[in-house]
Design a protein around this ligand. Structure first.
Ligand SMILES: NC(=O)c1ccc[n+]([C@@H]2O[C@H](COP(=O)([O-])OP(=O)(O)OC[C@H]3O[C@@H](n4cnc5c(N)ncnc54)[C@H](OP(=O)(O)O)[C@@H]3O)[C@@H](O)[C@H]2O)c1
Length: 396
């Protein structure tokens, strides 16, 4: 294939779990893609420089400007000469760089600007950074044209595939009874609330089925991640919260389902491997051959499903509440959680206090419409500050 026929991609968060797996998919398909730009926080400059050299990126940015000298040194050592940009503005410039598609694999609320810039520039957006859609809901939806956002989260990629599989009319909301989002249940599945009193970060980081970055892994232990995904599903597929069900499926093979009004349910199944949903977004509308291993049908399998325990894991019901409130409420839920998760990781907060504190911050918040970036960022900052006040002096 000629270079001009390659899909040019910008990978944001290229040194993270999603970013490195996206580059794996690209490396395995040399005739399919060209990497136009890379961006990361600045914590792993040698990896970033190696990526820039291997993929011939035109531009590289790090959010932490103090990492630039080390990055330049590493780039020289790898004989790579991309344009180097620094700071959040540099990352935003890469998000708007000339290309066909931006993959946003930044973690947390910090990804909002990049999502908005990529959409505004008219790029296809492969969205792993669910937080930007959730906190910027109305803003992001206003900017995005139909089909411009391609979900990378495995559950939403699965829903998308189920809707396609249902054929013409499969997307028609009047034919869909509900979306069924699956959850592994995390490392504490089956435990009662009181059994989670002494959970440590090491225990919360031991996810049974997925290997992911630290924030999403802890969010999977509290099930806040599932709460965020319910809001994400509502925003992506335009269904009300009472038609988005969560079911616990410990094997993580069925990634989600769509139930139709005639009682038929379509499910998407594959072994847990993020390279599949990443490839589905990168290759859209084509499928990428060999992106991930399929299910081995020569072996016996048992797939089980159980209802979510909302008493032990109140985070999903809380997410439904903030999602239904809309406006700045989801941004407050997310920001309070990010602040509490950080405190938990530093040994300054017990595990159960994460969601308890998020609930208190959400309750105190006066919701506004989230019509501007400033309003979202102000709600985000307020929630972080309030969470810090409420948790001051606590320890694990
Ligand atoms: N991992 C998964 O399997 C998975 C599955 C579904 C959805 N997601 C979603 O995908 C997103 C990324 O998750 P992850 O697990 O890949 O996280 P991760 O492993 O922690 O990686 C985060 C990436 O973001 C970069 N970064 C941090 N701050 C940044 C900033 N201010 N500007 C630009 N880049 C910055 C990091 O760079 P440094 O290395 O320099 O810090 C790193 O490259 C999250 O929204 C998560 O919920 C992940």
């Amino acid at each position: 294939m000629h270079a001009e026929n390659l899909r040019s991609v910008v990978v944001l968060g290229s040194t993270g779990s999603i970013g490195t797996q996206a580059l794996d998919v690209i490396a395995a398909n040399p005739g399919g893609y060209r990497v136009a730009g890379l961006a990361a926080g600045g914590g792993k400059v040698d990896l970033l420089a190696r990526q820039a050299a291997e993929f011939g990126a035109e531009v590289v940015a790090v959010a932490d400007a103090s990492a630039v000298p080390a990055l330049k040194e590493a780039l020289a050592a790898h004989h790579a000469r991309p344009v180097v940009l620094a700071g959040p503005e540099g990352v935003a410039e890469v998000a708007g760089w000339q290309c066909d598609m931006v993959l946003n694999g930044i973690t947390g609320a910090l990804g909002l600007t990049s999502t908005l810039v990529a959409l505004e520039a008219g790029r296809l957006l492969a969205l792993a950074n669910k937080e930007s859609l959730i906190i910027g809901g109305p803003l992001v939806k206003r900017l995005a044209s139909p089909g411009q956002i391609l979900p990378v989260d495995s559950e939403h990629s699965a829903v998308q595939q189920c809707l396609w599989a249902a054929g013409p009319g499969g997307h028609d909301p009047s034919r869909v009874r509900q979306l069924v989002i699956t959850a592994s249940g995390g490392p504490f599945r089956g435990m009662k609330r009181e059994e989670m009193t002494d959970v440590t970060p090491e225990m919360a980081l031991a996810h049974p089925t997925w290997s992911m970055g630290p924030v999403i892994t802890i969010n999977s232990a509290t099930l806040v991640n599932k709460g965020l995904e319910v809001i994400e599903a509502h925003l992506l597929f335009d269904l009300p919260f009472d038609r988005i069900e969560v079911v616990v499926h410990p094997q993580s093979i069925i990634h989600s389902m769509v139930e139709y009004i005639d009682g038929s349910t379509i499910a998407q199944a594959s072994p847990p491997d993020m390279r599949l949903p990443i490839a589905l977004a990168l290759g859209h509308p084509e499928r990428v051959p060999g992106a991930a291993r399929p299910i081995d049908w020569t072996k016996a399998h048992t797939w089980t499903f159980e209802p979510l325990d909302d008493v032990a894991f109140p985070s999903v019901a809380l997410a439904r509440h903030v999602g239904s409130e809309g406006g700045t409420a989801p941004a407050v839920y997310n920001a309070a959680n990010e602040a509490c998760l950080d405190a938990f990781m530093r040994g300054r907060l017990p595990f159960l206090a994460i969601v308890d504190t998020v609930a208190k911050v959400v309750e105190e918040h006066q919701v506004t419409p989230a019509d501007s970036v400033e309003e979202v960022l102000a709600a985000d900052a307020w929630a972080r500050a309030r969470a810090a006040e409420l948790t001051a002096g606590q320890s694990r």
